[in-house]
Design a protein around this ligand. Sequence first.
Ligand code: CA
Ligand code: ZN
Length: 304
Amino acid sequence: MKTICDNFIFALGDDKEKAILVQDGELLCFKTRDCFNDQIDSEDYVFDKLDWDHINPACGPVYLADATPEDCLKAEIVDIKLAEEGTMCCLSDNGVLGRDITHACVKKCKITSEGVHFNELVLSLRPMIGVIGNAPAEQSVACGTPGSHGGNMDNLKITKGSTLYLPIFHDGAYFALGDVHAAMGDGEIMVSGVECPAEVTVRLSVIKGAKIMDPMLEDADHIYTIASSENIEEAIYKACSAMNKIICQQLGYELNEAGMLMSACGDLQFCQVVDPERTVRFAMPKNILKLDELDSCLKNIRAI
Ligand code: CA
Ligand code: ZN
């Protein structure tokens, strides 16, 4: 297994000189830093010191052989090993409660097999990948910003056992990931989850001829469309419209029928509502879609 470490970028882009060549179907281990680039060493940390130009590091990029913009990248999340300590913070004017925050603070949380130790509480582990994506279509995009290329989606469903499908905009895709959380709630309202370094094992492959416009995700029971926009209502529309098209294709329904089915048994969910673009997902049960693997469905489509 190839290990990707000491190769960090702060924007996703098609920088061929930095890229590491990997083969279709290769298993990779990414050794990631936390979203603060491991700068926050204690709860006494003074934020004035933080180098804001070097936050949200992603490990990579990798150049995936045979990947072209006519294809889709498939990233199977095989494992996430967390570090033993996580960091949270809050800052004035940041996040949903930003207007009410009077002073910045840092919290350090021990991470054990029992969970995340938050004061006297032990929270369930929910390891997830915050930043994961390909080089965007146009110029490079800071790792802190999500979009059609993926990026800082902060989607707690991107976890061990799930499979992410990403659009490819450049030959080789230029895939990278980072910003692992030991736990995070939907919305990430204070702008941080329990941020920690990690070792992420991923299998990357190319689905030839499957052109998608925005990320999609699959786990044991659901498929998800994912969309980001500065305007959360636009993100909601994009995620719903993409799912509507999948249902039309998969079940042979028209827009209205597919929409009513979504309204009856699909779930619109927040990923995060605090990053430069907001991210939402729409979940549909696989059994309703008569779908075992999204993979097979994507092979039959030209664009969603
Ligand atoms: Ca994040
Ligand atoms: Zn994070």
